[in-house]
Design a binder for this molecule. Sequence first.
Ligand SMILES: Cc1ncc(COP(=O)(O)O)c(C=O)c1O
Length: 367
Amino acid sequence: MRYDLAAVQGLPARDAVSANAANFARSGAWPGMWRYKSVLPDVLPVTLGEGWTPVLRSKRYPGVYLKEEGANPTGSFKARGLALAVTMARHYGLRKLAVPSAGNAAGALAAYAAAAGIEANIFMPKDVPFANYLEAVLYGAHVTLVDGLISDCGRMVAERKGREGWFDISTLKEPFRLEGKKTMGYELVEQLGWEYPAAVFYPTGGGVGLIGMWKAFGELEELGWVKPGKRPRMIAVQSAGCAPMVRAFDAREAASTMWQNADTFASGLRVPKPYGDYLMLQILRESGGMALAFPDEKILASLQDWARNEGIFLSPEGAAATAAYDELLARGELRLEDRVLLFNTGAGLKYADVTAQAMGLRRPLAD
Ligand SMILES: Cc1ncc(COP(=O)(O)O)c(C=O)c1O
């Protein structure tokens, strides 16, 4: 998506954005990510209140800002991309959508499709967190549980879409999910006083958020909305059970190769061969960033640490980001006072079953 940014440029950032927010507020709607409507397609949104999520300060690390994406509708950052994708699908009169998903995109599509009165066809691994299955069924989507990973689900959608008349809204195969996720870049910059942090920690599967934020930074610079400064180092975080980006980054490859037997309780990170891998690798290098992976035990330890010491129930994906922060601090790559932004991409409560299982926790039998 490209915009006539010169037409937006006339207004100072704060005025443009707060005027949008005030307009929405007057109409009784929560503006959320639509406060950035001047840099989004100019159509009537299908909204459930996505975006403008809180940025929380850590109690222990003065430089850490945690963006709590679990506060989105359907409890994950996927709401942003699917809100815009379904908005545009309705705008263009599409009636049937299909998506392969690691879990949270499925739940988000199901919700927005229900809100728009559009059919949703969902393919996801059979062992997704139960919440992902429940929400998809509850919102009335057609759900297929697949004995495989998101890549197998993607193949099934590709095989059937022509015959079934489905529009495929897979990651990066249409422009609007990226465009919705781009709002994370605008928000984090605005919430930090229109300044870049030193680094952004992003739990990475398909990488749409990473690519979207990088696009947002380019637009912010063109608009002159962000204070001049170096763009953040982008840190892609994965699980050691599925780390194609880390392998490709460390080997200085231009693209990733399929990760075999992907296995992690951070289900959103189970993307064995991201479609936009080459874009992510370019961004990681250009930003002076890196890709890091941690075993599930380390991710779980960080999740428990943040629950006990910060009162925040992270998703396993978010806990991969906090584990990565600890690692870079210990290595001396970051100082305590460096301002960094960590994404908790989903609400911990969506993962009640898989996190309890990872902890070996079972409900005691009642008398
Ligand atoms: C909670 C969570 N975090 C991170 C990711 C990875 O997101 P992306 O595919 O945009 O890299 C997902 C994807 O399903 C997810 O559900």
